[in-house]
Write a protein that binds this ligand. Structure first.
Ligand code: ADP
Ligand code: MG
Length: 289
């Protein structure tokens, strides 16, 4: 391990022993004045170093809003966000840009073309965040190769543009890019939703392996089944509020909120008992009451 490599680690991983991400009483509104709508309300969630937290919820429940808020991409109207112990709630655009450049928090979006610059080769996409941090080019290139290998892609792809890769390959590059600076936490918003089932399984496997690097992952999905095997804890978002947070096993085996029960009973791979349509209808009626 070279000195540069250690410097990257030190800058990416804050030295505080506390949570890498700590959200308290978060509220996000869209629009202004009387016409504004609340997309998130009273959301509190703490993510420890190295832990994988699954955030589950139906379309429109506020998952992407939560991702955008903790990445500084939408303004927060109440509550606080701490990243690596640093209160970032009142940060302006420049401060957020500096924070992102330091590589403390990274992201992967559903569409890898949003996480990757279409005009940069894969090599440039992977080395750029390191060069910005002052890592020498040779070292950055070596790290790019090693991360490409970790997402099970061949070094032959380094010269290509994102548009010259398959969707599954692109998403694996986006994962490598998010991890190359060894951030404390990576926000992944529906990272496998646009992939076919073979690629979905592979990307989830890769994410599991990458946990060994010590990174914390926030794995957002509308599909409980697809994150159940990867997440340590599961947080359930329903109409802009977190209605349940717990160890993945507990949430799946003993869901408490009606919406969580509905999710579990609708996921064929998780269901322990027989598929009970009547139960699901009763839960839906309860939620709509
Ligand atoms: P999810 O990712 O869970 O599908 P979103 O966070 O995208 O949910 O959306 C949560 C709510 O906020 C939805 O009602 C959505 O219509 C609304 N919303 C999302 N983005 C915007 C925006 N840019 N302007 C106005 N409303 C938005
Ligand atoms: Mg979304």
């Amino acid at each position: 391990m070279t000195t540069e490599f250690r410097q990257v680690r030190a800058s990416g991983r804050e030295e505080s022993p506390g949570p890498v991400l700590d959200v308290t009483g978060l509220e996000v509104r869209y629009g202004r004045g009387r016409r504004s709508r609340r997309a998130l309300h009273g959301v509190s969630l703490s993510v420890s170093p190295g832990e994988t937290v699954g955030v589950i919820g139906e379309t429109g429940s506020g998952k992407s809003t939560l991702a955008r808020a903790v990445l500084g991409l939408v303004p927060v109207s109440a509550g606080s966000i701490r990243i690596g112990g640093e209160d970032v709630s009142a940060y302006g655009r420049r401060q957020w840009r500096t924070l992102r450049r330091r590589g403390v928090i990274q992201y992967v979006f559903q569409d890898p073309l949003r996480s990757l610059d279409p005009d940069l080769t894969i090599e440039d996409s992977l080395t750029e965040p390191l060069l910005v941090q002052g890592v020498p080019r040779k070292e950055a290139a070596a790290r790019a190769r090693s991360f490409l290998d970790r997402v099970r892609l061949s070094g032959e792809l380094l010269e290509r543009l994102p548009g010259e890769l398959s969707g599954g390959q692109r998403q694996r590059v986006a994962v490598a890019r998010a991890l190359v600076t060894e951030p404390g936490v990576v926000i992944l918003d529906e990272p496998v939703s646009a992939l076919d089932s073979a690629n979905r399984v592979q990307v989830l496997e890769i994410l599991k392996e990458l946990r060994a690097t010590g990174v914390a992952l926030v794995l957002i999905s509308h599909d409980l089944g697809s994150v159940a095997g990867t997440a340590d804890r599961i947080a359930v978002l329903y109409r802009g509020e977190l209605v349940e947070v717990g160890a993945a096993r507990d949430v799946i085996n003993h869901p408490r909120h009606a919406y969580t029960r509905l999710l579990v009973s609708s996921a064929p791979t998780l269901r322990t008992g027989p598929a009970d349509r009547a139960e699901r209808e009763a839960l839906r009626a309860l939620l709509n009451a």
